[in-house]
Design a protein around this ligand. Sequence first.
Ligand code: PLP
Length: 440
Amino acid sequence: MTTSSDWIARDAAAVWHPFTQHANWIDDRPTVVDRAEGPWLVDVDGRRYLDGVSSLWTTTLGHCHPEVNAAVADQLARLDHSTFLGTTHTPGVELAEALLASAPAGEGPELTKVFYAGDGSSAVEAALKIAYQYSTQTGRPRPRFVRLQHAYHGDTLGAVAVGGHDLFHDTYKPLLLETVGVPSPGDRELGPDRNATAAAALEATMAAQGDQVCAIVVEPMIQGAAGMLDYDAEFLRTARSLADAHGALLVFDEVATGFGRTGSMWAADHAGVAPDLLTCGKGITAGYLPLSAVLAAQHVYDAFLARPGDTGPRTFFHGHTYTGNPLCCAAAIAGLRVMEEQDVVARAAGLGERLGKLLEPLASHDGVVEVRRLGTMIGVEVAPGTARTGFDVCQAARERGVWLRPLGDTVIVMPPLTLGESETELLATALTEAVDEVLS
Ligand SMILES: Cc1ncc(COP(=O)(O)O)c(C=O)c1O
C-alpha cells in the first residue's frame, strides 16, 4: 500500500506549493488527502480530519454534497466548456440571475450585472481595471486606489497593490499600482477608538486626494487574512458617503465573507450598504470549483456602452479563457439552491453563535491574546511563544482529528456552514486542548 510518507516524498520531489516554505515541508508532515465526505477529509492512510477551515474558506455545504455532485455530473454530460467570448450558455445566465437576486441591497446602487472571473484575485483584478476605466470613461481619469492597511485581496499584482499585509506584500512594492493606504478600523493598535480613527483618516485622505481616487477598496466588516480583524459597520457607511461625495467607486471584496460566512448572505448586509462593485469567489461554487465574479452597478456598466460621438471603444478588454465555465456555474447554481432550501445562512448564524460560546473560555486563557469572530469567521490569536506557535497549535489540533491552518499567530476557524452539533463540539474541544497543550 502506498502510504502518506511515500506520497509526501514524491510530492517533495515534484511539487512547489503555494504559501509554503519547502525547507520545512517534509518535517511538517503534510496531510495527503485522498477523499472527503461532509465536513471530513480522509487521508491516504484512512485517518479522518474535521475540515476546520473549509479547505481554505471555500466549502459551505460540506464536501461531495449529493445535490451539487449531481448538478456537476448532469452539466458534464451536457456541456463541459464553451467560451464566454461571443457565446453564452444557460448556466452562465442562470447563475448571474441568482447572484443578482441575492445581492446586498441598502444604501448604494442596485447591483445589476455580473462579470465572471476565475479566482478571488482575478475578480479583484477585474474590479480594479473596471474602476479605473470607469473613471476615464466618465471624464475624470483617476489613477489612484484607496486601500486599508492589513488588507488582503489576493496575490496577482493589482490585488497585491490594494493589499496591506507586510509579510505577503512588501517584496513586490516596486512593482505596484498607485495607491494610498489608510489605517484599518480593525487594527487593535489604534486603540479603543479604532473605528472612528480610521474613518477620520479616510475622510482626510479623500479630502486631500479624492479627485485622484477611482475607488475605495475594502474587505467589509472583517479583514480575514489579517487574522480576522473585525470592525464596525459604521465605517462602511462612512466609506459609502465619502465615495459618493468624491465621485469614487466603492468596492467591497466579499471573496472571503460572501455566501453566508458572516451569518448574513453578504458582510455588506450587516451595514445596510451596497457597493458599486462587489467581488466574490471561494464559496460561490459551494467550494467545488474555481469561479469568481464581480457584481456591478448599472451606472458602472453603462459607462462601458458605446455611444454616438465616441472617439474610441468603451469595451472592457478583459477576460479569461475559462470565464464562466459551465461546470463551475452548475455547481454554483446548485449550491445556492441548497443554501436557500436549507436556510443555510440562518444556520451559519446559529453555528457562529454556538462556536462563539464554546470558545469563550479561550478568551481568558493566559496564552491567548484575543478571540475574534463574525459569524463563522473566527480568529484565535495566541501569544507568540515561538516563531511558529500558531502552527504548533494547529498540529496539536490535528492530533485530535481537526485540521486547522494558522495565519501567523492567529489560528483560523472557519468550518462548513452546515456543521453538526457533535462536530462543532469536537472542533471547539480539539482547539481548546491544543491551545492548552502548546501554551500552558
Ligand atoms: C478578501 C479576499 N480577497 C481575495 C482573495 C483571493 O482569492 P483567491 O485566493 O481565490 O485568488 C482572498 C483569499 O483569501 C480573500 O480573503
